[in-house]
Design a binder for this molecule. Structure first.
Ligand code: G1P
Length: 293
């Protein structure tokens, strides 16, 4: 069955980025020339997604506005003959069908996903965490879709991380009794643990923010109590699902940046600016000048 819907949780506080995120949602901090969340929506669309369900809270109204028509601004640009910018802002409004649901209490990522249950309906769907910005030859979500089969209850993006960093991620437990597929890129999973200490980590393969689920995950989420940090963890629900259903991990080919943290966001901006057709040469010259100073 085609995956048509993607949930984008965007209701977190963005505390790692304060004070920048005091009044501005972290999802709207720009990576070079567009907000971080626009890349996530563009990746979804490039992967064949037709409908995006944004999970927000009362402070995130500006995200919806970004993907809506800006009538006054369009008129002003038209009057000035600024067709380039007019096209750019119109293209954002035309990107995809967007539905917004509110997470009224910040009870965790699993709870945020559960909020989208009604809007998703009874079909498999994707989840994209906008903090994980992935740049590569192919959209990362499309790579998960390639590995997806109707019998799977879950497909999860995975990436090797330094063993000392397991406390920052969900860490998966590969099922070694089953063979890997696609030259090791697709890995059957037995379970997973949210943010374990390095000593307790079942592997050094981390969960990265791209998932595909069957609607069964909602039933499990409904029964999932608070876990790590008292939050309803998506990882705990997937671990339960993996006890009696097929859940697989999928390596992706792009480079990932954690743009919810200042350092990951800076790295993403540097790399994207260097690769930009207009700004790349300017940034390179600036870097050279800095080295020579
Ligand atoms: C979330 C998930 C975690 C995953 C991570 C990827 O954590 O709970 O399992 O590894 O995203 O970015 P968060 O970064 O929201 O704390």
């Amino acid at each position: 069955m085609k995956i048509r819907t993607a949930i984008l949780p965007a209701a977190g506080w963005g505390t790692r980025f304060l004070p920048a995120t005091k009044a501005v949602p972290k999802e709207l901090l720009p990576i070079v020339d567009r907000p971080a969340i626009q890349y996530a929506v563009e990746e979804a669309v490039a992967s064949g997604i037709e409908r995006v369900i944004l999970v927000t809270n009362e402070h995130k109204r500006a995200i919806e506005d970004h993907f809506d028509i800006a009538t006054d601004l369009e008129h002003a640009l038209e009057a000035r003959g600024d067709i380039e910018h007019l096209r750019a802002i119109r293209a954002v409004a035309d990107l995809v069908q967007l539905v917004t649901v509110r997470q009224k209490e910040q009870l965790g990522l699993g709870h945020a996903v559960l909020m989208a249950r009604e809007a998703v309906g009874h079909e498999p769907f994707a989840v994209i965490l906008p903090d994980d910005f992935i740049v590569g030859p192919r959209p990362a979500l499309a790579e998960l879709m390639e590995a997806h089969e109707p019998a799977y209850a879950g497909v999860i993006a995975i990436e090797e991380v330094a063993p000392s960093e397991t406390g920052r991620y969900g860490i998966v437990m590969p099922d070694e009794t089953l063979p890997t597929l696609d030259g090791g890129r697709t890995v059957p999973l037995r379970g997973m643990v949210e943010k374990p200490n390095p000593a307790d980590a079942p592997s050094s393969l981390a969960i990265i923010g791209r998932y595909i689920f069957s609607p069964k995950i909602f039933e499990v989420l409904e029964r999932t109590a608070g876990g790590k940090n008292g939050e309803i963890q998506l990882t705990d629900a997937i671990a339960k699902l993996a006890l009696d259903q097929a859940v697989i991990g999928r390596r992706f080919s792009g480079k990932r940046y954690d743009v919810g943290s200042p350092i990951g966001w800076l790295e993403a901006n540097i790399d994207m600016a260097l690769a930009h057709p207009l700004y790349g040469s300017v940034i390179r010259a600036r870097m050279k000048a800095t080295r020579d100073e």
